[in-house]
Design a protein around this ligand. Structure first.
Ligand SMILES: C[S@@+](CC[C@H](N)C(=O)[O-])C[C@H]1O[C@@H](n2cnc3c(N)ncnc32)[C@H](O)[C@@H]1O
Ligand SMILES: [Mg+2]
Length: 272
């Protein structure tokens, strides 16, 4: 009889664990930023990596190859959004904030764009598909495994001729933009790498003269996980006309948003 009780106890415990990880924690993580990042970006990702002996970017790429039409950027974007909403969360800008990114790209109609943080190429595709012929998009990624997946995702969408993906750290590559990449200045910069780099990289671009009158900085995740020093800088500096676009952390209901900052702004001060 003892072993029967033991079996019931183990079975009950396992069922509870399953219910917690399958429904309760994911449901709570939809509304709490810290839990969302801890659960999706740390615990679940590591557990799935271990169980499947693959990485999240590799799983996302496999999903794209199974479900997206080759040469159709929208189909690749949709496949990634489906994967992230129904299978595994991932740190793409996502569909909701993605529409804000799209509208800024269309409004600026940039000839030269810099993206900081490629990951799997999701936002890269969103930007690239809207660029006019001849416009340049340079995207920087310092994780070689992410860069390798991004190249394949971008090629699957048929956008490889519109994108220059450069492997390396933003701090090393930004100073090479003029001499090595022939860039005078950028019309649009999308900041979406590690959040504590937003401010130093912005200061670096300013010092190197890579921003011109009217250049637009668009920064993701300014609320969650947050980039407080960067936000304080662009909102208080008279050099920028800065505006917040309220939205949600990718694939959740947690508040997050994009900060659009025009350099040097027509009017001094900030508009949070
Ligand atoms: C949030 S993800 C980018 C998501 C992507 N922009 C999208 O929306 O699809 C951040 C990426 O930036 C990369 N990264 C972080 N700091 C970086 C740096 N200083 N230079 C280059 N890449 C960096 C990370 O490896 C990661 O892949
Ligand atoms: Mg982001």
């Amino acid at each position: 009889q003892m072993w029967l009780y033991g079996l019931c106890l183990v079975g009950g415990g396992l069922s509870l664990l399953y219910a917690l990880s399958r429904w309760l924690i994911p449901a709570l993580a939809q509304y709490n930023g810290s839990l969302a990042l801890l659960w999706n970006d740390t615990i679940l990702e590591r557990a799935l990596d271990l169980l499947t002996r693959s990485s999240r970017p590799q799983r996302m790429l496999a999903h794209v190859k199974r479900h997206a039409a080759r040469g159709d950027p929208q189909s690749v974007i949709d496949a990634i959004d489906y994967f992230c909403r129904h299978k595994e969360w991932a740190m793409n800008v996502g569909d909701e904030k993605g529409t804000i990114l799209d509208s800024v790209v269309c409004e600026v109609s940039p000839g030269a764009v810099l993206e900081l943080g490629t990951y799997c190429g999701y936002s890269t595709m969103r930007i690239a598909r809207l660029l006019a012929p001849g416009a340049r998009l340079i995207t920087l990624e310092f994780n070689p495994a992410n860069a390798a997946v991004a190249r394949q995702v971008i090629a699957w969408a048929g956008l490889e001729h519109k994108v220059q993906l450069v492997e390396g750290s933003s701090g090393d590559l930004i100073p090479q933009m003029r001499e090595k990449f022939g860039i005078d200045s950028f019309d649009l910069v999308f900041l979406d790498h590690w959040k504590d780099w937003y401010l130093p990289d912005t200061r670096l671009m300013e010092e190197l003269g890579l921003l011109h009158k009217g250049s637009v900085l668009l920064a993701d995740n300014v609320i969650c996980p947050g980039a407080p020093e960067y936000l304080a800088y662009v909102r208080s500096s008279p050099r920028y006309d800065s505006r917040y676009f309220k939205s949600h952390l990718e694939y959740t209901y947690v508040e997050d948003g994009l900060e659009k900052s025009v350099f040097p702004g027509a009017s001094a001060g900030s508009r949070p």
